[in-house]
Design a protein around this ligand. Structure first.
Ligand SMILES: Nc1ncnc2c1ncn2[C@@H]1O[C@H](COP(=O)(O)OP(=O)(O)O)[C@@H](O)[C@H]1O
Ligand SMILES: [Mg+2]
Length: 167
């Protein structure tokens, strides 16, 4: 029994196993949760967004960018891979790596992780090997027309604490 508890304790202490669920019932819920995450921002924050087309990844980035004070209209940078916004409280590097395979040159994605801004990556699962050890992953699932299930998975203490405070 004691052994089981110890094993459970160690298992729970491992950030990889921790996740937090949030049900977004309308687009505004997704914008609001993004604003809440933004309120915990710090330099070199990395947020990885995954989930099928139309699941709300770009909506999340719009909410985050607006909270940062960025007034530009945020659209998915599918064809340019990276869009950089310098007019908010912190620089925002918005990536969509869906079509990365089409890009011949090395665009130095990992260089962005320590440039002092916030990096948000749509379709991060396609560049898994390049992601930093410490990051926040959010998986988006379409439940029905207006409902999305967001599963937050923090990697590293800072992101675990962030999830505990915003969810
Ligand atoms: N709860 C919700 N949260 C986010 N988007 C929603 C929600 N309900 C409906 N939608 C719609 O789903 C679409 C999500 O689009 P988008 O964010 O571009 O998806 P992705 O970037 O994942 O491909 C938008 O048309 C949005 O209006
Ligand atoms: Mg998108």
């Amino acid at each position: 029994m004691v052994l089981v508890l110890i094993v459970l304790f160690i298992y729970n202490g491992n950030g990889d196993s921790m996740n937090f669920k949030y049900v977004s019932k309308e687009i505004d819920d997704t914008l609001t949760i993004a604003e809440n995450v933004e309120s915990e921002k710090f330099e070199n924050m990395v947020i990885c967004l995954d989930g099928e087309l139309g699941s709300g990844k770009t909506v999340f980035v719009k909410g985050f960018a607006k909270a940062l004070g960025i007034e530009d209209n945020i659209t998915s940078p599918t064809f340019n891979i990276i869009k950089e916004y310098q007019n908010g409280e912190l620089p925002l590097y918005h990536m969509d790596v869906y079509r990365l395979d089409d890009v011949k040159e090395d665009i130095g994605i990992t260089d962005y992780f320590n440039k002092g801004g916030v990096t948000i990556i749509e379709w991060s699962e396609l560049i898994k090997d390049e992601l930093p050890d410490e990051r926040l992953e959010i998986n988006f699932k379409i439940v029905d027309e207006n409902t999305r299930l967001l599963i937050f998975k923090p990697f590293g203490k800072v992101y675990e604490e962030l999830c505990e405070s915003v969810l």
